[in-house]
Design a protein around this ligand. Structure first.
Ligand SMILES: [Zn+2]
Length: 212
């Protein structure tokens, strides 16, 4: 397909990576360390090093994250993360997204949905962020959706048995976390969310963007 870029709008929905960025529950080891391997005082080229927990910032999880024999990034089919998607407005949800919240939308099999919540507007990413509860996750797996993304650093919170992650992984639903959806209106878009390629890894950073 030939894309006329004059008519193409691109919306960046990725978190900037820096030491002081919001990280999951404020955990220190999740903070990126950015250092300089070489600069123009030591040589003729500038080179930066990045030390990064793979669940920091905007990223994709694979089943290995929560399931010991789950698959890892080399088995990811890119057509699952470069795809049509729908942004759903759930900004009125206070604490967690349940099946009842999701039933208001006409979600269909094969949909990739992005959940826009108050996380995108409030400084709660490290604390009491809005997440998808177990019933919400089970509802989505029953519908056989393709993927789900959310504007929190975790799709679950306060679940010692990780029911939300595991239920989605067991149905091979893609999980995107750490999206920035503040300026994105509800509607249909093309999503590009390919992770960097680290064979054997259970997650990887994504430069996620929407196109219309
Ligand atoms: Zn993750």
């Amino acid at each position: 397909m030939i894309i006329n870029t004059n008519d193409l709008k691109i919306y960046d929905i990725s978190m900037p990576i820096s030491y002081s960025m919001p990280v999951y529950k404020g955990k220190e080891y999740k903070r990126p360390i950015i250092s300089i391997d070489g600069d123009f005082t030591t040589g003729s080229a500038y080179e930066t090093r990045l030390e990064l927990n793979l669940h920091t910032g905007t990223h994709l999880d694979t089943p290995k994250h929560m399931i010991p024999d789950g698959y890892t990034l080399e088995e990811l089919d890119l057509s699952k993360v470069i795809t049509a998607c729908r942004v759903l407005d759930l900004t009125d949800v206070r604490d967690k997204i349940t099946d009842k919240d999701l039933m208001k939308f006409d979600i269909k099999a094969g949909d990739f949905i992005l959940l826009k919540t108050r996380n995108s507007f409030e400084d709660i990413l490290e604390k009491d962020f809005v997440y998808v509860d177990m019933d919400g996750a089970r509802y989505l797996t029953k519908l056989k959706i393709k993927g789900v993304g959310i504007d929190s650093l975790g799709i679950e919170r306060a679940q010692p048995d990780h029911e939300t992650h595991i239920s989605l992984f067991n149905s091979d639903v893609m999980i995107l976390e750490g999206l920035m959806l503040k300026d994105i209106e509800e509607g249909e878009y093309l999503l590009s969310a390919a992770p960097i390629y680290i064979p054997g890894a259970e997650a990887a950073p994504v430069r996620a963007y929407l196109m219309k």
